[in-house]
Design a protein around this ligand. Structure first.
Ligand SMILES: NC(=O)c1ccc[n+]([C@@H]2O[C@H](COP(=O)([O-])OP(=O)(O)OC[C@H]3O[C@@H](n4cnc5c(N)ncnc54)[C@H](OP(=O)(O)O)[C@@H]3O)[C@@H](O)[C@H]2O)c1
Length: 193
C-alpha cells in the first residue's frame, strides 16, 4: 500500500524552507510517525532528506530520496546509505511488485510511506497514487513559508471533493489529542478499494 503521513496547521503550513517543521514538540505525533513507518519504506524529497541531518536516513527503514538532478550534482549532498530515485513512478512500481509478492507468498504486505515534503505530497495527491493518508491537523496557525497547495486542513471539504471526483475516500477520526502545546486531530483517510 502507498501511504502518506503529514501534519498541517489550519493554513496548510508544513514548515520552513530550511527544513524545520512549522510546529515543534508534537511528541505523540512523532511517536506515531515512528511506530507506523518503522520496518517500512519511506520516500522523501531531497530537501526533507537534507533536513533530517542523518546521512543514512531514518533508522530501521528503507530510505528512498527523490531528486531530478544527475548523480554528478548530488554526489556530495546525498552521501549515506540511502537509495536515490528520479520520479514517483518508482513508488508505483515498487508497490505493485510488493502486492504481487504478497499474493504469491501470503507474506505480510509492506507499506511505502510518502513522508514529505510539500512538493512530493502535492504531486502524489494530484496523481491519486496514495491509498491511505495519515493526516494530523494542528489546530493553530503557525509561522511557516512552506505550505501544501492541496487544502488538507479543510479535510471535510477535501473528502467531499474527492468523492465528487469519483475517488471516494473514507475517513476515520482516530484521535483528538493535546500534544505538547497544541490541540491536534489525527485522521486516517482511505481510498475505497
Ligand atoms: N509537516 C510535515 O508533516 C512535514 C513532513 C516533511 C517535510 N515537511 C516540510 O516540508 C518542507 C520541504 O518541502 P519542499 O517541497 O520544500 O521539499 P521536498 O519535497 O522535501 O524536496 C523537494 C525536492 O525533492 C525532489 N523532488 C520532488 N519531487 C520529485 C519528483 N517527482 N521526482 C524527482 N525529484 C523530486 C527535487 O529535488 P532536486 O532539486 O534535487 O531535483 C525537489 O527540489 C520543509 O519545510 C519541511 O519541514 C513537513
Amino acid at each position: 500500500m502507498i501511504k502518506m503521513i503529514l501534519a498541517v496547521d489550519l493554513g496548510n503550513a508544513l514548515g520552513w524552507s530550511d527544513g524545520t517543521l512549522a510546529y515543534r514538540d508534537l511528541k505523540l505525533d512523532m511517536a506515531r510517525f515512528k511506530a507506523l513507518t518503522t520496518n517500512s519504506t519511506v520516500v522523501m524529497g531531497r530537501s526533507t532528506y537534507l533536513s533530517l541531518g542523518r546521512p543514512n536516513g531514518l533508522p530501521s527503514r528503507r530510505n528512498i530520496v527523490l531528486t531530478r538532478r544527475p548523480y554528478s550534482e548530488i554526489r556530495g549532498q546525498i552521501t549515506g546509505d540511502v537509495e536515490i530515485i528520479s520520479s514517483l513512478e518508482w513508488v508505483l512500481r515498487h508497490d505493485s511488485a510488493a502486492r504481487q509478492t504478497v499474493a504469491r507468498t501470503d507474506r505480510e504486505p509492506s507499506d511505502t510511506w510518502i513522508i514529505g515534503g510539500a512538493s512530493v505530497y502535492d504531486e502524489a495527491l494530484a496523481n491519486g497514487i496514495v491509498d491511505e493518508i495519515h493526516l494530523t491537523v494542528v489546530h493553530a496557525t503557525c509561522e511557516a513559508d512552506v505550505r501544501l497547495a492541496t487544502d488538507l486542513a479543510s479535510w471535510k471539504l477535501f473528502i467531499l471533493r474527492e468523492a465528487k471526483a469519483g475517488r471516494i475516500w473514507g475517513a476515520n477520526v482516530a484521535a483528538h489529542e493535546l500534544d505538547g502545546d497544541f490541540f491536534t486531530t489525527y485522521i486516517v483517510l482511505q481510498k475505497a478499494p
